[in-house]
Design a protein around this ligand. Structure first.
Ligand SMILES: Cc1cc2nc3c(=O)[nH]c(=O)nc-3n(C[C@H](O)[C@H](O)[C@H](O)COP(=O)(O)OP(=O)(O)OC[C@H]3O[C@@H](n4cnc5c(N)ncnc54)[C@H](O)[C@@H]3O)c2cc1C
Length: 495
């Protein structure tokens, strides 16, 4: 469906469900609802995954830290989701990764406590990978591990992902199941009849489009209360926000594990080998500004680098090695106390006109949050059954099981299969006619021109930023300068 077709459909059809917000939660709500044969519209003010769902630590994890905070239920649920994401839902995008937790003399944790914590964590995960390993074995797994004062390391398993692409895969699942999806489409007002919400006014390309729907789900992430107040101007505050910054530096050496760096008794920070780079972070600072303004500050970048140097050789994490930095907003239940101790719970509220709002939780549990959202609308939508069984997202395949029709350099092939899974064949198809599409966009990264074409034809990319930040890995490698932007724009214009 072209953008014009989607706009036409939005204005002419009456939908069962309108989902406001195409982050991972809204996209998954739309996909699950469309698979139940409901007529669904999904709109996002900016780009799909353009807010929190591309600014996470990119971990699909139980969260060892939450166990320490006593949230056993969250850890158990998250582990279940991690297992099915790595096996059924998106094995190309979500990959099991060993994690080391280094324990230094004078550090915040005692080895015996860590060891028992990891045993419980691994039991909840049904994982057999959990040991304390000595410094030499740890150094084999992480060549740049700081060795001074290292006593031992906890070793356990979690998973990592590409969050923006996981979100896009859900948008695609929604579209394949018949949903009408549109980015650059902001809900600016709600429509109502006899006190009931019956749709929304959506601002698209400078025009106002009236969308009719029997029910509306507000999955606007950090803007959740803003959208709630479109329904009820007196609605109170349901959530609070906390910003988290991340930094990418080039990886050095062959990292076979990620690091969970114990920074203080409650907070950890991560160093994750990710797409050939090292992803560092994050911070946790209360935020009460406009969500659109969240940015990594020089202080937050400095903090991330300083904290990483607790466990990584300091020469690897200096300011001049930073290739990219980004920040996002955690959505936490409203309340007092330190945000770092706040439970990562999902907040559901129902407005007087019937709109259901959903916010918070974790990327890891997005599927469970989407199903819970639909179960709260079960009676309204006359859903007789809600099937919780996991199903594969488009492209889902173990990367090793795909054969490609074109010979590619190993890093290009690896990245294509990781980002697109079995759809990599579709991405490469136009390159049979036009081999220039196999060219790298930059000699320092594996992204190729065919990905830009595909982003425009199959992935709703509207401009160079959508491609550079969320469809490819160019931004994260620091390859987002004017030359690349011009090249991406050239490729987009041809479409
Ligand atoms: C720093 C940080 C690190 C994190 N790390 C992890 C991690 O490692 N693992 C993990 O499991 N979780 C992690 N999380 C949590 C995870 O990222 C979020 O739970 C998840 O991305 C939330 O998705 P969402 O769809 O609710 O919100 P969002 O992704 O924020 O989506 C909301 C969407 O609504 C749209 N929108 C807003 N207003 C409107 C409107 N009026 N009209 C139309 N659209 C609108 C926005 O454009 C946006 O795209 C982290 C979060 C942060 C901030």
């Amino acid at each position: 469906m072209t953008r014009a077709d989607a706009i036409e459909q939005l204005s002419s059809r009456e939908f069962d469900l309108l989902v406001v917000g195409g982050g991972v939660v809204g996209a998954s709500v739309a996909a699950h609802a469309a698979r139940l044969d409901l007529s669904v519209a999904l709109v996002d003010a900016g780009d799909f995954g353009g807010a929190t769902s591309s600014a996470s630590s990119k971990l699909v994890h139980g969260g060892l830290r939450y166990l320490r905070l006593g949230d056993v239920r969250l850890v158990r649920e998250a582990h279940y989701e991690r297992r099915i994401l790595t096996t059924v839902v998106a094995p190309h995008l979500v990959q099991r990764t060993p994690f080391l937790l280094p324990l230094y003399e004078g550090g915040p944790y005692r080895p015996a406590v860590v060891q028992s914590g990891i045993v419980v964590y691994s039991a909840l995960a049904r994982s057999r990978l959990h040991w304390l390993v000595g410094p030499d074995r740890a150094r084999e797994l992480v060549p740049q591990l700081r060795m001074g004062g290292l006593r031992s390391c906890g070793l356990y398993a979690d998973a990592t992902t590409n969050d923006a692409r996981l979100c896009l895969a859900n948008v695609r699942a929604a579209a394949e199941a018949g949903a009408c999806v549109l980015n650059g489409a902001e809900v600016v007002a709600l429509r109502s009849l006899d006190g009931r919400v019956t749709g929304a006014e959506v601002r698209v390309d400078g025009e106002s489009v009236a969308v009719g729907a029997r029910y509306v789900v507000n999955a606007a992430g950090p803007w959740v209360d803003h959208v709630r107040r479109l329904e009820d101007p007196s609605a109170g505050t349901s959530v609070r926000l906390s910003s988290g910054a991340h930094v990418l530096v080039p990886a050095s050496g062959d990292w076979q594990a990620a690091l969970t760096i114990p920074y203080d008794p409650v907070r950890v920070t991560f160093a994750v080998p990710w797409c050939g780079m090292l992803l560092l972070g994050t911070t946790d600072d209360p935020f009460d500004g406009d969500p659109a303004d969240v940015q990594p500050t020089p202080e937050s970048v400095g903090q991330v680098l300083d904290e990483a140097s607790v466990a990584i050789e300091p020469s690897l994490v200096t300011a001049d090695r930073v290739r990219a930095a980004f920040a996002g907003l955690r959505v936490l239940p409203a309340g007092d106390g330190e945000s770092v101790r706040a439970r990562r719970e999902t907040v559901f509220t129902r407005g007087p006109g019937g709109m259901l709002s959903v916010a918070g939780g974790k990327l890891t549990t997005y599927r469970r949050i989407a199903l819970e959202t639909l179960s709260r609308l079960r009676t309204d939508l006359e859903l007789h059954r809600l099937d919780h069984r996991p199903w594969p997202l488009p492209g889902a395949v173990h990367p090793g099981a795909v054969s490609l029709p074109i010979e590619l350099e190993p890093d290009v092939r690896r990245q294509l299969l990781h980002l697109h899974g079995s759809l990599a064949r579709e991405v490469l198809a136009p390159a049979r006619e036009d081999p220039t599409l196999l060219e790298r966009l930059h000699s320092d990264g594996p992204d190729i021109a065919a990905q830009v074409r595909y982003a425009a034809t199959h992935e709703w990319a509207r401009n160079a930023e959508d491609v550079i930040r969320r469809r490819t890995t160019l931004f994260y490698r620091g390859l987002d300068g004017p030359e690349i932007t011009a090249r991406v724009n050239e490729l987009l214009v041809v479409v």
